[in-house]
Design a protein around this ligand. Structure first.
Ligand code: COA
Length: 579
């Protein structure tokens, strides 16, 4: 299982989602042009100078702080990667079944990466009884085709769905739609987790949406293959029934709308699961499944054979160059990440350690310097970078909107490096029309026709989150670094605002102000915000696609762009900009 460890990111030394040496295999047969480097002769493409003092006390203390965050993150990741309780894992194995992540490893091409999404969903909730929310989702390569893979983990409460499992499943399908990817569903699930039915059944984005999405994906021409490797009950029966092709494992897979106990209760008929909806029945009589497999391995092989019959994707052409490492050691990012949120982290030092050769073609370097914009390559892929370097002003909004227009017209994917406390506040700025110009940036971000990839490296607060392609702005992917924070405003500010409102209420009512009570209230708000703004809290609730380490960012961004090439980028379009 050593390869699995590497593929899924549990290699102790690297903690990558995949082995870097195998990365090129993911990128498939992208045509790579010979790179003629004119960069050093030009005065606008430059190697970013680094001013990091790696011997300073501040650097060392930042680094130690960040490495501790990484350690905590890895511990949590390792723990959820084990799946359900050992007794359930044992039972699963005794039945001759592979675990969800092992199934994925066999499905994807050997030694290719698997970009697992939201592995820490539901972490810290439900008494931690739902590791990874009982479902593994991500993107891997099957016979050279990038595909979305959704695999139930039957060792976690029989693979049943809580709210976060559904969100993961729907998010995986959304990624398939956005990038025009085929989907494979490895089904082994008891359907809805019944005690949580009110949270998972009735609403729009609940269990039923999975099948609605299947119909949509099908109509879009995204192939879908189901492998029934265990239970597939009630509404879940529609997963195989709505797929293009379905494989079912003998004496193991079952598909039925109502299981034997329900049939008994409703009609009095006594029937075994196998008789009701086993592999024999569905491949020879009902036609609900198309291919009979003898075991998990055989089923996976059939699925890989099906992929051989798929037509190739029509790819978006990008100006891809040979990948070169950054000129500076990426590990130095840790020393650059300010552990004190009051200090601004230098985005140039981050960009210098993410992009090829540390070469950056900066746009408007001298104007609106709290927003850094420019072109670069990451593992050979062209990218437009927008990074925060302080609060957003009206002119930074204009600069950002202008740069997005450049990316739209040049068809260059955009990487947002988010570390934003928000827009500048105050009479001067409001009177000068901050909202008018901020709206232009929000417009541009919302309507960008090229893929947006957001990495929250530091803070993500308030309207700054919108302007920098937060989750509501449909970035193709959104990842957080372990030290990232997300909330409507900082805890201090929220505590202050609420205390001020309370005080004014009391004063208006002519009541005495209890300052001790106000201080207690502030402390409570602060403590609540500290928990709720952490990256772990966010990722548990699917506000992002997962936490990645700074050193994984190059590969993850390159992979995200490679994935996005499966759908041709649209033409530029705008709404009405307020002038
Ligand atoms: N809702 C809530 N919990 C469920 C569940 C469901 N639909 N199905 C299974 N579970 C729980 C079990 O209570 C058990 O929990 P525990 O570990 O805390 O004791 C755990 O999942 C494993 O179930 P178990 O039956 O021991 O495992 P199994 O591998 O032998 O069987 C299933 C798994 C899913 C085939 C079987 O439990 C089953 O048929 N469940 C009912 C499915 C159903 O009717 N779903 C309709 C929902 S729409």
């Amino acid at each position: 299982m050593q390869n699995l460890n590497i593929v899924l990111g549990f290699d102790v030394n690297l903690m990558l989602f995949f082995a870097a040496s195998d990365f090129d295999r993911f990128l498939g047969c992208v045509c790579r042009k010979k790179y003629i480097c004119k960069a050093l002769k030009s005065n606008i493409v430059f190697k970013i100078p680094s001013h990091l003092d790696t011997l300073s006390v501040e650097y060392q203390s930042n680094k130690e702080h960040y490495l501790e965050l990484i350690r905590q993150h890895r511990d949590k990741l390792f723990s959820v990667s084990q799946g359900g309780p050992s007794i359930a894992v044992e039972k699963h194995r005794k039945r001759g079944k592979l675990l969800a992540r092992e199934r994925i490893e066999l499905l994807i091409d050997p030694k290719t990466p698997f970009l697992e999404l939201s592995p820490m969903a539901a972490n810290g909730q439900y008494g931690d009884e739902f590791p990874s929310a009982g479902i593994v989702t991500g993107i891997g390569v099957i016979h050279g085709r990038e595909a979305v893979i959704v695999a139930n983990d039957a060792t976690v409460k029989g693979g049943t769905y809580i709210k976060e499992s559904i969100r993961k499943h729907l998010r995986a399908q959304e990624i398939a739609m956005q990038n025009h990817l085929p989907c494979v569903y490895m089904v082994d699930s008891g359907g809805v987790f019944l005690p949580e039915q009110a949270e998972v059944f009735p609403d729009r984005d609940d269990f039923g949406r999975i099948f609605f999405n299947q119909a949509q994906l099908s109509a879009m021409g995204c192939p879908q293959v189901a492998i029934v490797m265990g239970s597939c009950t009630a509404g879940g029966a529609y997963v195989p029934a709505m797929s293009d092709e379905t494989i079912i494992v003998r004496n193991q897979g079952t598909i039925f709308i109502g299981g034997p106990p329900l049939v008994k209760a409703a009609t009095g008929e006594t029937v075994t699961p196998e008789e009701l909806g086993g592999a024999e029945v569905h491949t020879s009589r009902s036609g609900v499944a198309d291919h009979l497999a003898e075991n998990d391995q055989h089923a996976i092989e059939i699925c890989r054979n099906i992929f051989e019959t798929l037509p190739p994707a029509e790819k978006q052409i990008l100006d891809i160059k040979p990948s070169t490492p950054p000129a500076y050691d990426p590990e130095e990012i840790y020393g650059n990440m300010q552990s004190d949120p009051k200090h601004q982290t230098n985005p140039y030092e981050i960009i210098a350690r993410l992009v090829d050769g540390s070469l950056f073609h900066e746009f408007k370097a001298r104007y609106a310097t709290t927003l850094v914009t420019g072109f670069a390559h990451i593992m050979g892929f062209p990218v437009g970078i927008i990074a925060n370097n302080g609060v957003l002003f009206a002119e930074s909004s204009l600069k950002g909107a202008h740069f997005i227009e450049l990316c739209n017209f040049r068809k260059v994917p955009i990487l947002f490096l988010q570390n934003i406390t928000g827009f500048m506040v105050g009479r001067k700025y409001e009177n000068e029309g901050l909202a008018r110009d901020g709206a232009k940036l929000v417009h541009a971000v919302a309507n960008a026709n090229v893929p947006k990839i957001t990495v929250i490296t530091g803070g993500s607060y308030g309207a700054g989150n919108y302007a920098m392609a937060g989750r509501a702005y449909d970035p193709h992917f959104l990842f957080m670094w372990p030290g990232a924070k997300i909330s409507v405003m900082g805890g201090q500010q929220a505590a202050h605002v609420l205390a001020q409102v309370k005080q004014e209420q009391l004063e208006a009512a002519g009541k005495p102000v209890d300052h001790d009570a106000l201080e207690k209230m502030k402390a409570e708000i602060l403590a609540k915000y500290a928990i709720e703004s952490s990256a772990w809290y966010s990722t548990s609730r699917l506000w992002d696609d997962g936490i990645i380490e700074p050193l994984q960012t190059r590969q993850v961004v390159a992979m995200a762009i490679a994935i996005s090439q499966n759908k041709k980028y649209g033409e530029p379009r705008n709404g009405v900009y307020r002038m």
